[in-house]
Design a protein around this ligand. Structure first.
Ligand SMILES: Cc1cc2nc3c(=O)[nH]c(=O)nc-3n(C[C@H](O)[C@H](O)[C@H](O)COP(=O)(O)OP(=O)(O)OC[C@H]3O[C@@H](n4cnc5c(N)ncnc54)[C@H](O)[C@@H]3O)c2cc1C
Length: 506
């Protein structure tokens, strides 16, 4: 069979691949995207997840922070990312800690009710003012080649750098906050999608924390109106309009990465191109190319639960559920709880559920059909922490973990959740892996990396300058596994396209 030929082929049709395809097609290149599923978007999709119920919920990823507003504008995406009035709510015995998005008197009063004074809230404000200086230093670099570590560090107080970058973040959290619950609310941003102790010496939790706080310089997580499917829908629209060809149902099973061309094969097709961008995880790419020394297989550690309820449950604290569930609703996430859970999960145990809930429909009801939208129905999305791939090997382990989630939430409710549930779906890391070919169900394709060049690191090629290099000169990463790729950001796609255009121009 004679292989058809293109300028660029992209393996995997996740949201990052669509960003890359748009830039390259706009630059006049002939681009084809090959996606194994019957739709594009990867982990950034909306689906009718609830059987006969007319609701299209974001099935995997659900909030957007890291996609730069400048990227959205440059691509011409017609997207609405809506702010939520509540940043977070954390129920405890006898009350709930409320943090407003625009922090005001209610937030201060809430800290006072929990801790008995204003000291913890003052510490909170000082801490996040310091975090903002690092976010302000990193955010403007995200759409350019990798900055040097010194260029970022020079813009931040040394003490802040030590707290957030040099030392395990658990140390700063324990030194700067006295209350276990407050420590946990701060610390969980370091743990979403990351299986680590807050004191882990690898600092993978610090990198995760930075990614959660740096988006657009504010770290605000906004609700995509219409769900994640709306984000992918817009990306697909602009990619096709630019002239990129998108083929679904095309699983690539082998890649022959030569020095001047790349050829890929699948069932009944063979495609060759001058360049290949890989939108799949580096571990998957290594398997396709047949690398002798593949990277270690990543391991995800989250339990995802999507629930449709007939109405929001009443809270034991007596607080208004429409306020409490509007932001991130933390459950069993005090610092001592997440640390204990991490230690137990590392031993292969799963003693209790810890994680956070979010209600999409309090902010955007457009994902519901007319009948549900007119009712009191709401969607709840649970992201459970420290539920490693290895601990949840099969369907029954996922079911047990789901039961623990219901029990954990019930402890804070004035009524049981189950009678309110109209439909539910849950996914373990193994199920995420099976659905998306994300190895180990790791939501970022692998552990996050610092978004800068390390001391002494000298990039020699455009791919190295943009953080998208592989060991094959004609293959660039354009997915989450790229240097700054984790999350729904489009950054990896943007960087791969710009690296390739730099190569071509050179
Ligand atoms: C449960 C969950 C919750 C998350 N929540 C959030 C969130 O709220 N906000 C956020 O910013 N991020 C979140 N993330 C992370 C985020 O969704 C991902 O980092 C991001 O979507 C990855 O995008 P991507 O385009 O790089 O890759 P992917 O979305 O992984 O897309 C890769 C594509 O490649 C295809 N593919 C794989 N192998 C092949 C092959 N051999 N041939 C052809 N095609 C192939 C796959 O089918 C897939 O479509 C979450 C992820 C998960 C799983």
């Amino acid at each position: 069979m004679a292989a058809e030929s293109h300028d660029v082929l992209i393996v995997g049709g996740g949201h990052n691949a669509l960003v890359a395809a748009t830039y390259l097609a706009r630059a006049g290149l002939d681009v084809v995207v090959l996606e194994r599923l019957d739709h594009v978007g990867g982990a950034a999709v909306s689906t009718p997840s609830f059987g006969g119920h007319d609701a299209r919920l974001s099935r995997f990823s659900y909030l957007v922070s890291l996609m730069p507003d400048a990227l959205i504008e440059e691509l011409g995406l017609d997207l609405e990312l809506r702010s939520r009035p509540t940043a977070s709510y954390t129920p405890y015995d006898g009350g709930g800690l409320l943090v407003e998005t625009d922090e005001g008197e209610a937030t201060r009063a809430s800290f006072r009710a929990l801790t008995g004074s204003d000291a913890e809230h003052d510490a909170w404000q000082r801490f996040y003012a310091d975090v903002a200086t690092l976010a302000d230093a990193v955010a403007p670099t995200l759409l350019g080649p990798l900055p040097h570590i010194g260029d970022v560090r020079d813009k931040v107080e040394m003490a802040t750098w030590t707290d957030l970058v040099d030392e395990p973040i658990g140390r700063a959290i324990e030194r700067r906050f006295a209350n276990d619950l407050v420590r946990g609310v701060v610390g969980t941003d370091a743990l979403i999608g990351t299986f680590a102790s807050l004191h882990d010496r690898s600092l993978v939790q610090n990198r995760c924390f930075l990614y959660h706080l740096v988006g657009n310089g504010t770290g605000e997580w906004r609700v995509p109106v219409g769900g994640m499917g709306a984000v992918t829908g817009e990306l697909e629209r602009v990619a096709r309009a630019a002239g990129a060809e998108i083929r679904t149902g095309c699983e690539v099973t082998a890649v022959d990465a030569g020095d001047d061309r790349v050829t890929v094969r699948g069932d009944g097709f063979e495609v060759t191109a001058g360049w290949m961008l890989s939108g799949v995880a580096p571990y998957v790419l290594a398997g396709l190319v047949g690398d002798r020394t593949p990277p270690p297989k990543p391991s995800g550690a989250q339990l995802k639960v999507n629930v449709l309820v007939s109405r929001l449950p009443r809270l034991r604290s007596g607080d208004d559920p429409a306020v409490a569930f509007a932001g991130t609703f933390h459950v069993n996430e005090s610092m001592s709880q997440v640390e204990a859970l991490h230690a137990a999960a590392s031993r292969g145990e799963a003693p209790f559920a810890s994680g956070e809930l979010y209600c999409h429909t309090l902010t955007d009801r457009s994902i519901l059909g007319p009948e549900l939208a007119a009712s009191d129905a709401q969607t709840l999305t649970w992201f459970g922490l420290h539920a490693p791939y290895e601990n949840l090997p099969d369907e029954s382990a996922g079911e047990a973990a789901y039961r623990q989630f219901v029990e954990a939430l019930d402890a804070h409710l004035a009524e049981p959740l189950e009678p309110l549930i109209l439909a539910v779906e849950h996914k373990t890391p193994a199920q995420v892996e099976a659905a998306l070919n994300m190895p180990g169900g790791h939501i970022f394709h692998g552990d996050l990396q610092w978004p800068w060049l390390e001391e002494g690191e000298k990039p020699h090629t455009p791919a190295e300058r943009w953080g998208v290099a592989t060991s094959h000169p004609r293959v660039l990463l354009c997915g989450s596994g790229a240097r700054r790729g984790g999350a729904v950001s489009g950054l990896a796609g943007h960087h791969a396209a710009h690296a390739l255009l730099d190569f071509i121009e050179a």
